[in-house]
Ligand binder design. Structure first.
Ligand code: CAA
Length: 380
């Protein structure tokens, strides 16, 4: 496999890096404190063409390849993992659901365009209070009434919920129990009977907006059906395969961001008469982390290229998610330790990165769920 970046991929990577280091880095401590979602910065990413990189131009995207998108997401997440997940949910999950659906091309274009172009945000509404890892336990129900569907139920932990314009909502239906009856509907913000619930107060990725959703006799036209009953669960799973590559990129970016802070710190921080980089035990720990980051990077790019080239990618996505996010947790924890008392201080950033890293091991299928998927395939 060739991991040499093309000129185009390198240009996108460097565009995202520059934006992250100059724009996203500003006020990041204040955003972590306040939890405010920086809509203007997101809009700027849209204007730069970053959001819809892997989607066709006629769908509001850039017609780029998947690896370019993953490189941009990695760069964004090195600095701002909150923006990383907002970006990933819009691009991988929301647009991914529509792209992978059986809808006609014009319909896909109409629904993907606003989000892929960055002028609107989208959410992926699957999780419920009693349907987390067991996504098939979904209780939100859609009942047909003439040429409308009436949705009742609730969702939780919905990334971008407070700021999204469009929601792909997975429901069970009255047609069959469990996954056999699962469908998916497009529910725009402001649809009568659809309300945003409490915004969650989170440990990390604090400026990503996450909330509950409530549906009370919420009516959507038949035309808003993204997946018919029986096809919703597989559509959610397929989108999550892509989403997991996104979370892997987010995790890798966090690890790389924290690693670089620790590396620079070790060359400047003098104790016992020499920079701590010259303490062999610390330097060796850094080498172990450097190697782990590089291994994780290969697994991430392999998964992205599998997807890009049309090969099955459920397994490579699960492996990349597992390895990159465990790397994020390990490297950020080590970075805090290496920076010592300063690592515990907000202005050195690594404590935020450690808090941000934790959720990457949990969402879009916890790392235990990734092992369930992989062990299922191992012993088929
Ligand atoms: N692609 C396509 N179809 C798939 C699939 C995939 N990757 N995985 C499963 N399916 C299909 C199966 O083929 C099967 O189809 P048939 O019924 O036709 O045979 C059907 O889906 C059911 O499959 P399983 O029997 O494997 O389903 P399960 O109930 O045992 O669940 C699971 C499997 C892997 C545990 C799944 O429930 C899962 O991934 N759980 C984690 C959920 C998750 O990731 N949630 C994250 C929500 S989003 C988020 O985190 C928040 C955010 O906004 C960032």
């Amino acid at each position: 496999m060739n991991f040499e970046l093309s000129q185009n991929q390198e240009a996108i990577r460097s565009l995202a890096q520059n934006f992250a280091e100059t724009e996203l880095a500003k006020e990041i401590l204040a955003r972590d404190e306040s939890g405010e979602f920086p809509r203007e910065l997101y809009d700027q990413m849209g204007r730069m063409g970053l959001i819809g990189i892997p989607y066709p131009v006629e769908m509001g995207g850039q017609g780029g390849d998947y690896l370019s998108y993953i490189l941009a997401l990695e760069e964004v997440s090195k600095v701002d993992a909150s923006m990383g997940i907002t970006y990933s949910v819009c691009t991988s999950l929301f647009c991914g659901v529509i792209m992978n659906s059986d809808l006609p091309a014009e319909k896909k274009a109409a629904w993907i365009s606003p989000v892929a172009s960055g002028s609107a945000l989208g959410s992926f509404a699957l999780t419920e209070p009693n349907a987390g890892s067991d996504a098939a336990g979904c209780r939100t129900i859609a009942v047909r009434d003439g040429n409308e569907w009436v949705i009742n139920g609730s969702k939780c932990f919905i990334t971008n919920g407070p700021v999204s314009d469009y929601f792909v909502v997975f429901t069970t239906t009255d047609t069959a129990p469990g996954t056999k009856g699962m469908a998916c509907f497009m529910v725009p913000k402001g649809t009568p009977g659809f309300a945003l619930g409490k915004r969650h107060n989170t440990m990390g990725i604090r400026s990503a907006a996450v909330c509950e959703l409530y549906f009370t006799d919420c009516r959507v036209p038949e035309d808003n059906m993204v997946a018919e009953p029986g096809k919703g669960f597989a559509l959610a799973m397929k989108a999550l395969d892509g989403g997991r590559i996104g979370v892997a990129a987010q995790g890798l970016g966090i690890a790389e961001g924290a690693f670089e802070i620790a590396r620079k710190y070790m060359m400047e921080r003098v104790q016992f008469g020499k920079p701590i980089a010259r303490q062999q035990s610390l330097a060796f720990r850094m080498v172990d982390m450097q190697v782990q980051i590089e291994q994780a990077k290969y697994m991430l790019y392999k998964a992205a290229i599998d997807k890009q080239e049309g090969r099955p990618y459920t397994e490579s996505a699960a492996k990349a998610k597992l390895v990159c996010t465990d790397t994020a947790m390990r490297v950020t924890t080590e970075a805090v330790q290496i920076l010592g008392g300063n690592g515990f201080m907000k202005e050195y950033h690594v404590e935020r990165m450690m808090r941000d890293a934790k959720i990457t091991q949990i969402y879009e299928g916890s790392n235990e769920i990734q092992k369930l998927i992989l062990s299922g395939k191992l012993f088929r």
